[in-house]
Design a protein around this ligand. Structure first.
Ligand code: KG4
Ligand code: ZN
Length: 329
């Protein structure tokens, strides 16, 4: 059994967690910065990086204190090393290197996407490899076959916006606060998803890729027309995204023998998205796993867990590990 300290600061959440390789979360904390970014309608990289410098060290102290653990007691320090907003990425990575250096512990430089990809295994011990992963977050929209630790085959990606980005842009057009996903989900409960005609880009196309830019433009026109209630636009938009996710994932399932479908990333926190993909998996006779909402949006438990999986597999990194803005899985 090993104990891993995980650090995350690649976007607008500062997060710290202590996780054991036998799936116990000893303590964790996530501190968002929504209030700082809200006036700008999206994440401002420079503001995010500066906020991480202020928040992260205190969170590390809080989490260690809560678990009554010292850095000397952990087996490795795992820090997100990318992909993400580079100023932010550098904060957790350098903090992790400092702790690893001071306590003479190994460093695990974690790919944030691998954190999302392996997160379901933290809470679902029965989930073995391989599985088909729909990774839907603010920065990414991909279908991957997860074959093992560090062994990923990408089947599809988005040709323009990510699904979460589409939620955020649609929310902005509707005058809803950032982050847009939860705001749209709430407003959609009061709307009719069948009323506003919106496109389903790439639906039925042979490659399982995604596209959401046309959908955003259609929402813009629907808002400008003044013909529709915001709740109906929100519900119709959410349904259009779900139809795309289901159709594209179905196409990927046709190409994968993986026995289970897994959904992860911030958009996987959406209840309607979860339900639709669970139904798809059931209709195809595949297993289904989705982490709880708090584990779908950015957090450090998933980084510590990916660190634990890598550490147990003997995969550690040097103190020269680079911070990467781009880092495909
Ligand atoms: O994984 P995440 O926390 O950060 C990235 O790595 O990008 O994902 C954030 C994204 C945002 O675009 C946010 O609007 C979206 O996930 N999101 C949601 C929901 N909660 C968060 N989208 C739809 N419904 C939600 N309930
Ligand atoms: Zn993320």
């Amino acid at each position: 059994m090993s104990l891993i300290l995980g650090l995350e600061s690649s976007c607008d959440d500062s997060a710290v967690a202590l996780v054991s390789s036998d799936r116990r979360i000893l303590a964790q904390a996530v501190r968002g910065q929504n209030d700082a970014h809200r006036p700008f309608g999206g994440v401002v990289p420079e503001i995010a990086a500066r906020a991480h410098v202020e928040i992260l060290p205190q969170l590390i102290r809080d989490v260690l204190e809560e678990a009554d653990v010292g850095v000397a007691d952990v087996d490795a320090v795992a820090a997100t090393a990318g992909p993400g907003l580079i100023g932010g990425v550098m904060v957790a990575l350098l903090a992790g290197k400092g702790l690893a250096l001071a306590a003479n512990k190994p460093l695990v430089a974690v790919n944030h996407l691998e954190g999302h990809a392996l997160s379901p295994r933290l809470v679902d011990p029965a989930l073995g490899f391989p599985y088909l992963l729909l990774l839907v977050s603010g920065g990414h929209c991909q279908l991957l076959e997860v074959r093992g630790i560090g062994d990923y085959r990408r089947l599809a990606t988005t040709i323009d916006d990510a699904a979460g980005e589409a939620f955020d842009k649609a929310a902005k057009l509707l005058g809803l606060p950032y982050p847009g996903g939860p705001a749209i989900e709430t407003l959609a409960t009061e709307g009719d998803p069948t009323i506003v005609p919106l496109p389903r880009p790439l639906l039925g196309s042979s490659e399982p890729h995604f596209s959401f830019a046309g959908l955003k433009s259609a929402v813009q026109r629907a808002v400008a027309s003044g013909l529709h209630r915001p709740a109906d636009i929100a519900a119709s938009f959410q349904q259009a995204v779900i139809d795309c996710l289901v159709d594209r994932t179905a196409r990927a399932l046709d190409r994968s023998e993986a026995p289970a479908l897994v959904v992860a990333g911030g958009v996987a926190a959406n209840g309607a998205v979860r339900t639709a993909l669970a139904q798809l998996a059931a209709s195809r006779g595949r297993g289904f796993s989705v982490p709880p909402g708090w584990l779908c949006t950015d957090n450090a438990a998933m980084i510590a867990w990916a660190g634990a999986e890598r550490f147990e597999a003997g995969l550690v990194d040097g103190l020269d590990a680079p911070a990467r803005a781009r880092w495909p899985l």
